[in-house]
Design a protein around this ligand. Sequence first.
Ligand code: SAM
Length: 347
Amino acid sequence: MALSENTVKKLYETRTLSDEEFLALLTTDAWDTLLCSLADRVRRQMYGDKVYIRGLIEFSNHCKNNCHYCGIRSGNHCAIRYRLSKEEILSCCKEGYSLGMRTFVLQSGEDAYFTDEMICDIVSSIHALYPDCAITLSIGEKSKESYQSYFDAGARRYLLRHEAASDALYRKLHPENMMLSARMQCLFDLKEIGYQVGAGFMVGAPYQTSEDLLSDLRFLQKLDPDMIGIGPYIRHEQTPFANFENGSLTLTVRLLAILRLMFPHALLPATTALSTIAPDGRKLGLQAGANVVMPNLSPVSVRKLYDLYENKNCTDEESAQCSYDLKQYIRSAGYQPVTDIGNVSRT
Ligand code: SAM
């Protein structure tokens, strides 16, 4: 189907399109400039020129899952595994706090070593020390009771990418024991408990088609998340997908703009993966509507070990330097870095 400028304006005005229109928009670069300028207009209406900075702490790369795309999959016996102690995690928070950060994102593989009790202890310690900060968890699929216990301990946000809303694609990306329905249930459980919830997917994942991306957009409309994390798929040598191409920069940026138009309120990160596939990837992401960046607060000694994909960006610099550079970078892209708590704005 041939698209016109009016179709893009329709997305801006109504926040949705027909399946045929979405598919046409996903498969052409003809409207990218218009999409990005409308997306930038919407982000400025909702959030001004603010870009929120969240401190990311990757506290364990042990994982029981064996996702075919991921470098820290359980089947990668070459991966050097690490875990941070509670004290190390708290010292990352201390550093982040001194750099002005007011959100800490604790991410890990699905590591059974960290019992619910331990996670609650870590969360409540951070909460007691830094009551003015938001704590985000991204530690995978858990029972509703576990999610509730983390919430009661003080966590208020949870990131769990749905990865692929099409069952056929989900099955190609994951081993048989992983179920899309279980992952989706987790997202709805998290919402019901009262978390600000983040879903998302990789762009250009092996076997992914435009129809699969359309399923992702439709699923996100159903879930209506507060945060949406997307980034390009990037290959990793020690995975079964080592020979697949990386996802494309232009498609990722186009999708960010589409998501900004569909979900004006959403917090959309310009991800590390985006900056890994292109030096100006983050800038293009910000200019397409992304309004969050997550500099790494993990100790430099373990950063390279959280090895999801090859050439992961920002692994050598100390957190302070990294955060300083990122703030300069955000300003140079035309936006204002802010370290405050930055809750979702649905007004
Ligand atoms: N265990 C938690 C979970 O399952 O949500 C969080 C950690 S998981 C490694 C974080 C995200 O990394 C995944 O949701 C996935 O989309 C992304 N990721 C993994 N391998 C990747 C790759 N090769 N390229 C791009 N992103 C990747």
